[in-house]
Design a protein around this ligand. Structure first.
Ligand SMILES: [Fe+2]
Ligand SMILES: [Fe+2]
Length: 263
């Protein structure tokens, strides 16, 4: 009996040791799986970011908007998202989603998009369709980042008072992301040189925005923007300086390459 107990006991001991070892291996395998899964998810996220960046660059060719406008709209939208108290992940997402706001312009014929002077009502209608086209392109995916980008593309011309397009949404019917980008895009577009006009001064632009309080813009959001306007101007100027430096470096590289090639 004693022997049996011993045998039984040591067997049990051996079994539990083996089971523990097995459990250890399972845990290690599981940890590796989780790590691998994390790596794959990171790669997928990176691929999404790359796809969105490429799409936004494609849209640039169709418009007089520049890459640096896209960068500014992304960064300033992120700052506004933080200031209105959105979660960090949402603020991070809007940085990537906001530059896509005009992606739908790739679907607008050149005859309309590049037409100098004013539009006929039909042309205006075609032009306004860039919101629907953008939402259609980006809304194909149910990945949250693309969903937000689709929301932004669809609603960045809606107005707080319901006078915008394409769906005449009003107030909080407009997703917060669309309200943020409407405000930031307006500010940034006014304060940059366009083919058809010089930039407005910051002061002029801010006055024009205040005049749109509760008309075009969410009043609370506009108040927060105005209360922190120095931060926005600072960030914009930093991005412009980095772009000038980066642009200068690129030009330097090009001229070095040209001299290497004996040009
Ligand atoms: Fe637009
Ligand atoms: Fe824009």
């Amino acid at each position: 009996m004693e022997q049996y107990t011993n045998v039984y006991g040591s067997l049990a001991f051996a079994d539990s040791n083996a089971a523990l070892a097995q459990l250890g291996r399972y845990t290690a395998d599981l940890k590796k799986l989780v790590r691998d899964r994390g790596d794959v998810l990171k790669q997928i996220e990176q691929a999404h970011l790359n796809a969105l960046t490429l799409l936004s660059r494609a849209a640039e060719y169709r418009d007089d908007d520049t890459g640096v406008h896209m960068d500014r709209v992304g960064a300033l939208s992120q700052l506004l998202a933080q200031l209105i108290g959105r979660a960090e992940t949402e603020a991070h997402m809007i940085r990537v989603a906001a530059p896509m706001h005009d992606i739908g312009k790739i679907a607008i014929p050149d005859a309309v998009l590049k037409k100098p002077g004013g539009y006929t009502p039909e042309e205006r209608c075609i032009m306004n369709g860039h919101t629907l086209a953008g939402a259609e392109i980006l809304g194909q995916s149910d990945i949250p980042l693309f969903q937000m980008a689709a929301d932004v593309a669809l609603t960045h011309h809606e107005c707080w008072d319901g006078s915008g397009y394409p769906n005449q949404l009003r107030g909080t019917q407009i997703p917060w992301s669309g309200r943020v980008v409407a405000l930031i895009d307006f500010f940034d577009a006014l304060t940059m040189d366009r083919v058809y006009r010089k930039a407005f001064s910051d002061e002029q632009a801010l006055n024009m925005m205040t005049a749109q309080r509760a008309k075009k813009f969410d009043p609370e959001m506009l108040d927060i923007f105005m209360d922190n306007v120095d931060q926005f101007i600072h960030l914009r100027d930093d991005i412009n300086a980095a772009d000038r430096e980066h642009g200068a470096l690129l030009r330097e590289d090009a001229s070095l390459l040209a001299s290497d090639l004996g040009l």
